[in-house]
Design a protein around this ligand. Structure first.
Ligand code: COA
Length: 153
């Protein structure tokens, strides 16, 4: 595959909402993440193919709050590369813990995060019921709880 170049989005660049909406159906929540965090974008031949957002949640703790690869490029290892790049960036910034959360129904994402070294640390019960208006169904499972994962850097 052609080279993937990952860069931090600068404040004068357009936020790749279409991509970020793949990971989170709520525009309000995405806007909150964009406001509070840093968005990183992956390019192949100058086209945006993936993005992630990192937010500082507590001292020495960062959270990967949104990661998305455009549909045509999924399943080619870009998600994994983005996560490893986020881990390197978080280490470089001196953070000690990197966290991520995903839905109880997000089976592939749960596999991906664990393959990248995250471990399950808890369950935020009813998170999606409380914060999302629409019912989310994935893999035939209702998305209700957020599985919390983290890694020490
Ligand atoms: N079926 C099964 N497993 C899959 C999969 C699929 N279609 N897509 C990804 N995976 C899992 C596999 O475990 C894979 O591991 P492997 O390489 O050892 O087989 C691992 O994820 C890494 O795959 P990769 O190709 O790097 O993933 P990706 O580039 O497709 O990115 C997502 C993964 C989740 C970011 C991407 O699919 C996506 O943008 N999905 C929609 C948005 C989303 O759900 N974001 C996360 C919200 S929590």
């Amino acid at each position: 595959m052609d080279d993937v170049v990952i860069k931090k989005l600068s404040s004068d660049e357009e936020v790749p909402y279409e991509l970020l909406l793949l990971a989170d159906p709520s525009m309000d929540i995405i806007n909150d993440y964009v406001y509070r965090g840093d968005c990183y974008v992956a390019y192949i031949n100058n086209n945006i193919v993936a993005a992630y957002i990192i937010v500082k949640t507590r001292p020495l703790t960062l959270e990967l709050v949104n990661i998305a690869v455009s549909e045509a490029y999924q399943g080619k290892g870009i998600g994994k590369r983005l996560i490893f790049s986020a881990i390197d960036m978080a280490r470089g910034e001196g953070a000690r813990v990197l966290e991520v959360g995903t839905g109880n129904s997000s089976i592939h994402q749960l596999a991906l995060y664990q393959k990248c070294g995250f471990r399950i640390v808890g369950i935020d019960r009813d998170f999606f019921k409380k914060h999302y208006k629409e019912i989310i169904i994935e893999n035939g499972i209702e998305c209700i709880d957020m599985i919390r994962l983290s890694m020490y850097l």
